[in-house]
Design a protein around this ligand. Structure first.
Ligand SMILES: Cc1cc2nc3c(=O)[nH]c(=O)nc-3n(C[C@H](O)[C@H](O)[C@H](O)COP(=O)(O)O)c2cc1C
Length: 254
C-alpha cells in the first residue's frame, strides 16, 4: 500500500473518532462539557493524544488535525529527568542537534548566541556541584528543595549538555526570545533522533557564584556572552508522558 494511502486511511479513522455522532467519543472529548474537556486519560499516551486531537478538532470544527513526522516529534517531546549517565550521545547526532540550533530564526538574523556542546563529564559534574552549592546558599530554599526531592541532581545524570550562551541585543531582552527558539530547535532535533532532553534554565546557577569566570573560560564563551539556557541530552532511564495540553488556551476568531 502506498504511504499516502495508508496516511489517508489513518486520517479517516481519526476523523471518524472525532465524529460527534459517536456517543463514546462525545463522552470522552465533548468540548461543551468543560470538566470533561480538561480531562483526557493520561495513563496512555496514544489515547491521550487522540483525545486531545479530538478536542482541538472540536475547537476548529474540523476533522482530525493533520500529522506528519515533525508534528509527531513535537507531540512526543517531554522533559527527561532521569538519564543513563554512561550512555553517551554519538557525535553525528550531536552535530545534527547543534546544526538544528544554528538554523533557528532570530530577530534581524542577529544570532546572538553560542551553541556550546559539553561532552566532558568531569566539567558537567563540576558545574552541577557548583549550581547546587549556589542554590543551597539562598535564603529561599524552594528551588533547592525541589531539586533535592528529585535526587539532588541539577542535570539528572545527563552525560552531555548544550549550553546556549547569549549576548545582549537591542531592544533589550529580545535576545532571550531568540535563545528560546534556538533551544527548542535543539530539543526537537534531539527528540526526533530518539535522544532524551530537558531544557535547563537552572544551569544559570552554575554561573552565579565564584566559579563564573572559570566556567565561562572553560566553556569558551566569547567576549560579552553570558550563560543563557542549557539543554540536557542523553538517553532516558525513565520516560515521562508529554504534558497534557490545555485546549482552553487555543482560541479561534472566525
Ligand atoms: C526556559 C525553560 C527552562 C526550564 N528549566 C528547567 C530546569 O531548570 N529544570 C527542569 O527540570 N526543567 C526545566 N524546564 C522544563 C519545564 O519544567 C517543562 O518544559 C514543563 O514542565 C513542561 O513539561 P514537558 O517539557 O515535559 O512538556 C524548563 C523549560 C523551559 C522552557
Amino acid at each position: 500500500m502506498k504511504d499516502t494511502t495508508k496516511r489517508d486511511i489513518l486520517k479517516t479513522n481519526e476523523t471518524q473518532k472525532c465524529n460527534t455522532s459517536n456517543t463514546n467519543d462525545i463522552q470522552k472529548c465533548d468540548t461543551s462539557n468543560t470538566n470533561e474537556t480538561q480531562k483526557c486519560d493520561t495513563s496512555n499516551t496514544n489515547e491521550t493524544q487522540k483525545c486531545e486531537n479530538s478536542k482541538i478538532s472540536g475547537i476548529f470544527k474540523c476533522g482530525a488535525p493533520k500529522t506528519n513526522e515533525t508534528l509527531e516529534t513535537i507531540a512526543k517531546r517531554y522533559s527527561c529527568r532521569a538519564f543513563y549517565p554512561d550512555r553517551s550521545v554519538a557525535d553525528c547526532d550531536l552535530a545534527a542537534i547543534a546544526a538544528a540550533g544554528l538554523r533557528a530564526p532570530s530577530g534581524m538574523n542577529r544570532q546572538n548566541w553560542q551553541i556550546i556542546t559539553v561532552k566532558n563529564k568531569e566539567l558537567i559534574a563540576e558545574m552541577e556541584a557548583e549550581g547546587m552549592r549556589v542554590l543551597s546558599g539562598f535564603e529561599d530554599k524552594s528551588v533547592y528543595n525541589r531539586i533535592a526531592a528529585r535526587g539532588g541532581r541539577l542535570f539528572y545524570g545527563a552525560p552531555c549538555l548544550i549550553m546556549l550562551s547569549v549576548k545582549e541585543a537591542f531592544p533589550n531582552g529580545a535576545e532571550m526570545i531568540d535563545l528560546g527558539i534556538a533551544a527548542q530547535n535543539i530539543a526537537l532535533a534531539a527528540a526526533s533522533l530518539g535522544i532524551a532532553n530537558c531544557h535547563c534554565g537552572l544551569a544559570a546557577f552554575c554561573f552565579a557564584g565564584s566559579k563564573r569566570e572559570e566556567f565561562k573560560r572553560k566553556l569558551k564563551f566569547q567576549e560579552g556572552y553570558e550563560c543563557g539556557l542549557a539543554v540536557l541530552l542523553g538517553y532516558a532511564k525513565e520516560q515521562s508522558a508529554p504534558h497534557a495540553i490545555d485546549c482552553n488556551k487555543a482560541v479561534v476568531i472566525e
